[in-house]
Design a protein around this ligand. Sequence first.
Ligand SMILES: [Zn+2]
Length: 436
Amino acid sequence: MPTCLNVTSELRHLAFGLLLGVLSCPAVAQSPVPSSKPSSLLLRPAAVFDGETMHADWAVLVEGDKIKAAGPASQISAPAGARTVELPGQTLLPGLIEGHSHLLLHPYNETTWNDQVLLESQALRVARATAHARATLLAGYTTARDLGTEGADYADVGLKQAIDQGLIPGPRLLVATRALVATGSYGPKLSVDVHVPQGAQEADGVDGIVRAVREQIGRGADIIKVYADYRWGKGEPSRPTFSQDELTLIVQTAKGAGRPVVAHASTPEGMRRATLAGVETIEHGDAGTAEVFKLMKQRGVALCPTVAAGDAISQYQGWKKGSGPEPERVQQKRQSVQAARKSGVTIVVGGDVGVFRHGDNSREAELLVQEFGFSPLEVLRAQTSGNARTFHLPDRGRIQPGLLADLVAVEGDPTQQITALRQVKLVVKGGVVYNE
Ligand SMILES: [Zn+2]
């Protein structure tokens, strides 16, 4: 849990922050909150990572909620009334983009997924999610693709509205609402005699699927998420769920309404069907083969491998990382990611955060570098300009005049040391500084 969850001081700071147009977290607060929101902001870091490459001695000028200029510091001067922020020794990056989160979930080693879905009230889950949204933003993630409320209905739509209206701090959200599962394939599962609420919406066949997709879109889904495979019974391996025709119908229905479809899939057959149906990204892909990655590459389908989730779950199940032998699940993921890279499939960076702690989002980037052979630069590109491209967000992910002023400054050089992403010193979203 974030350290700034003391309710009294939280409310005091929230009210104070709202009053001044700036939200302040006591755990992060280092300097006084500015007395008014400046119309422009000149940021002078040691270097700027623009979403593609590093530039030493650059400065960035923000005007309103947009980037006005970016270039050599000597060529950018502060207009009258601008506030200049010196960021010595720091790298300024585009706000990071989380590719796979669940703001309505919290780590499974605190409460199992089943108990979160069945025993926690919607009010409790939403209250917790507001803290998760704040932790995500303060970790430097100014956008998040939130892939399913896991039993909390359409609560993500309300969360997104609360963030957009400035009621609570958080990232800009792309929400998937309830997600779609084939009847009987998901959970929680208790006794056969008891029907319990499921973690996603069950839908089947032509009428059922079309109605469910339209219903989710009508109630606020930016994305349709479908579970193309899952374990049908406890302890079973994953197997395909929806038929090819059903998946194709889901994509057609969503696409007509301008919504992309993403698929949870970890089996080669589930991945194959989802790819042929026309989904845009496949989440997890644990047992992906060279053959299916080749197909994904041909069809322009990206992989979000969520390596941090498997790593976390294996540890929750008793793996003593660093001393005990590596579980099969982790080995399999490494092989799958290697095969995906070899095939040239686009990699989306997203950790399935919620399985592990919100605010710890950079765990995915770290693992990809430290344990999966990616260079820091590859991961940084993927997590900024790359994710923005895959998610159809041309207004962000790079530092360029005219784009949204979503920026994060970290101590050191993350292109050399990916762990620098943890040293967040400044978070700006839409021109507003959030962590002073
Ligand atoms: Zn997930």
